[in-house]
Design a protein around this ligand. Structure first.
Ligand SMILES: *Cc1c(COP(=O)(O)O)cnc(C)c1O
Length: 379
């Protein structure tokens, strides 16, 4: 049976909209990451897709986790507690980084008991951490260029490199320990020079910190941004990995701990959405199809993630350019205004591959339509 036939059967059995998570693909993505970046421990960025089944599979396969809210922290903590822990006492440091530079005091109070590793990028945060989570280890987030990345993150977070070592001094003066540096080059980063420039900046800050006596700064967290292979034009991950490995070996001593926070790369290609045609009309000589999933649901990445997802038919036949809309009453709920599709009937199924990242995770209940049902395959 082909993969497409199987997908169609799953949707007929479970109903639509159906979000299909392929756990064999999750494991393959993690294995590819580790094979090409042997010096780097991947901390899966849970915000890309926080389904607990995904957390468990990646944990079993050896991943650690990047969380950015207390709810994500609990999702990871609860789901990996039930599994045989290799080294329970080292568990948090090895397995979780809290990578949101801004944390409210309640979050810090709850985290403190776990002696967490948390990021920061400003002096107010140092004061808060000293007060509410003095047991935390710190990672200083640096601001680095995001040029050419699909999703820009540098306007919101990151210390200017010129302020970085002063911020390490400030943390030390508050009795806290800065363990390392982090950055994020922007999501779906296809401009690999962003990583090269960020590594150069981090190297400069690290050496300056060492020269000011902060020898315990030994972790380099290179963040996320690793591009998912949405289409054949995306430069392959192994090319980026080759560049990174060369820079690691040139800049950083072998005992430096390097970690990364891949989100999209792990989950984007592991999930497929199947939706159903629930309406059909011709407007201004254009064929319009209405699906039972849209931008308030699994296609939310069209709005929040600047992502485009092709809509493909299971049916064969000559195609015409069609408009494809979601089920809600809002005109913003537009999936595509020019999608090549064959003649479809109400009740026919369509699918969108590579829709695992920033999709189901940001689904809403807008207009009373629930998020897509989830099924897991190849667990
Ligand atoms: C969102 C985010 C990630 C994941 O980014 P991807 O581009 O999906 O790999 C990693 N780290 C931090 C701090 C983030 O905010």
């Amino acid at each position: 049976m082909t993969a497409l036939t199987r997908l169609h059967q799953l949707a007929r059995r479970h109903g639509t909209p159906l979000f299909v998570v392929d756990h064999a693909r999750l494991r393959r993505n993690l294995a590819e990451f580790r094979k090409h970046l042997p010096r780097v421990q991947p901390y899966f960025a849970v915000k890309a897709n926080s389904l607990p089944e995904i957390v468990r599979t990646l944990y079993r396969a050896g991943a650690s986790f990047d969380v950015a809210s207390i709810a994500e922290f609990r999702t990871v903590y609860e789901n990996i507690q039930n599994l045989p822990p290799k080294k329970r006492q080292d568990f948090i440091w090895d397995k979780i980084i809290y990578a949101n530079p801004i944390k409210d005091k309640h979050t810090l109070e709850e985290l403190n008991q776990y002696k967490p590793l948390v990021t920061y990028d400003n002096v107010e945060e140092v004061r808060k951490i000293r007060r509410y989570a003095p047991a935390a280890g710190l990672i200083l987030r640096l601001n680095v260029p995001n040029t050419g990345s699909v999703v820009e993150l540098s306007s919101k977070f990151g210390a200017a490199p010129g302020d970085a070592v002063d911020l390490i001094d400030a943390a030390a003066a508050a009795g806290l320990t800065v363990e390392g540096l982090s950055f994020h080059v922007g999501s779906q980063c296809t401009n690999f020079q962003n990583f090269v420039q960020a590594l150069a900046l981090a190297d400069g800050v690290m050496k300056e910190a060492w020269s000011r006596g902060h020898r315990q700064v030994r972790i380099l967290d290179i963040g996320g941004g690793f591009p998912a292979a949405y289409d054949p034009h995306v430069r392959p991950f192994r090319d980026l990995a080759r560049t990174l490995n060369t820079e690691f070996d040139r800049l950083f001593p072998p005992d430096m701990e390097i970690l990364a926070e891949p989100g999209r790369f792990m989950v984007a290609t592991a999930c497929t959405l199947v939706a159903e045609v629930i309406g059909k009309a011709d407007r201004n000589s254009k064929r319009c199809y209405y699906l039972n999933d849209g931008v308030y649901h699994t296609y939310s990445g069209i709005i929040f993630d600047h992502c485009k997802y092709p809509v493909k038919a299971f049916k064969k036949g000559p195609t015409q350019l069609c408009a494809v809309f979601g089920p809600t009453c809002d005109a913003l709920d537009t999936i595509s205004l020019a999608e090549p599709l064959p003649e479809l009937e109400i009740g026919d199924l369509v699918y969108s591959p590579n829709i695992g990242a920033y999709s189901h995770a940001s689904s809403t209940w807008f207009n009373g339509f629930p998020p897509a049902k989830v099924v897991h395959i190849n667990c």
